[in-house]
Design a protein around this ligand. Structure first.
Ligand SMILES: [Ca+2]
Ligand SMILES: [Ca+2]
Length: 154
C-alpha cells in the first residue's frame, strides 16, 4: 500500500486486508493512514505489528495467513489461518467474497478477499465427508447433497 500526500493532506483507511510477502508492505509519506483488523508482514517476525510513522492501527496481526497455495496464486485461507473469523464485520457492504461465497461465514468475516466456508466446530465433530468431482466451491461436504470438491473445503 502506498499512502502519498500531495499538496495538503490525504488519508487512507484500510481494514480486513492481508499485506503479506511483498517486501515493503506499507509505504507512507506526507499523509495519514489507518490500518485495522489486517494481517501485515512488517519484515520483523516477532508476532507484533510495527507500522511506519504516520500510520495508525489496531487489531492487526503479523502472522503467516496460511494461504492454501500461494505459489500457485490460490490465496484462499485455510481453516487454521489467523485470518479466519478475525475481520471486522461492521465495514462489510458486499454479501459475498471474490468467489461469490457468503462473506460472513461462521462467526465473523475473515481477513482477506476470500471467506473460508469451513467452520472448525462442524469439522471437528464430523467423521464422514462426502467428495465429488462435480461439486462446487463453498460446499460443506457433510452430505451427498452438498459434497466437497476434490480440493476440499475452502
Ligand atoms: Ca513484526
Ligand atoms: Ca469467517
Amino acid at each position: 500500500m502506498f499512502s502519498l500526500g500531495t499538496s495538503g493532506s490525504s488519508s487512507s483507511e484500510i481494514s480486513n486486508t492481508i499485506f503479506w510477502n511483498n517486501g515493503e508492505e506499507i509505504v507512507q509519506t506526507d499523509a495519514s493512514a489507518s490500518v485495522n483488523y489486517s494481517i501485515i508482514d512488517d519484515d520483523t517476525p516477532d508476532g507484533s505489528v510495527s507500522l511506519p510513522a504516520g500510520v495508525t492501527g489496531a487489531n492487526n496481526l503479523d502472522s503467516d495467513p496460511l494461504f492454501l497455495d500461494a505459489a500457485n496464486n490460490d490465496l484462499r485461507i485455510s481453516a487454521s489461518s489467523p485470518a479466519f473469523d478475525a475481520g471486522l464485520n461492521d465495514i462489510i457492504s458486499m454479501p459475498t467474497d471474490l468467489f461469490g461465497n457468503p462473506r460472513e461465514s461462521y462467526t465473523s468475516v475473515d481477513i482477506g478477499v476470500y471467506e473460508n466456508q469451513c467452520p472448525d466446530a462442524v469439522y471437528a465433530a464430523a467423521t464422514t465427508f462426502f467428495v465429488s468431482s462435480t461439486a462446487s466451491d463453498g460446499a460443506t461436504g457433510l452430505s451427498w447433497g452438498d459434497p466437497l470438491t476434490l480440493a476440499g473445503c475452502h
